[in-house]
Design a protein around this ligand. Structure first.
Ligand SMILES: [Zn+2]
Length: 123
């Protein structure tokens, strides 16, 4: 999956302090969150993140959303959408789940990551 990261012009940042704060707030053992083209990880090693095709595709969709809307444009829209609809029903999250499932070859009704074995979060 590293080639897809490179193709997208994205960069992975391990042990990210920002992602660590998100991890605490979300009380999640592992978190990936995207700012622009940077994918910040906490609680998961880069090599393990890259093995989870759905997760990588999900976060790469957020990288594309930043490209489409601009750094502050996307952040603003994402926050407004989260306030209106919450995290799960946020249209940017719904799109990232859909793209993640499609690009990882999972069924349309597949939940994506298995919450029991990999209870991570993507932002
Ligand atoms: Zn997400």
């Amino acid at each position: 999956m590293q080639h897809k990261i490179q193709e997208a012009g994205a960069r992975i940042i391990e042990n990210s302090p920002v992602a660590r704060i998100a991890r605490r707030v979300l009380t999640s053992p592992n978190v990936a969150m995207v700012f622009g083209r940077q994918i910040h990880l906490s609680g998961v090693k880069k090599e393990d993140f890259l093995k989870d095709r759905y997760w990588v595709e999900h976060e790469l969709c957020h990288v594309q959303q930043y490209k489409d809307h601009g750094l502050f444009g996307f952040l603003g829209k994402y926050i407004i959408e989260s306030c209106r609809s919450g995290y799960y029903n946020n249209k940017f999250e719904a799109e990232a789940r859909e793209v993640g499932r499609r690009n990882a070859g999972l069924a349309a009704n597949h939940p994506g990551r298995n919450k029991n074995t990999a209870p991570g979060n993507g932002v």
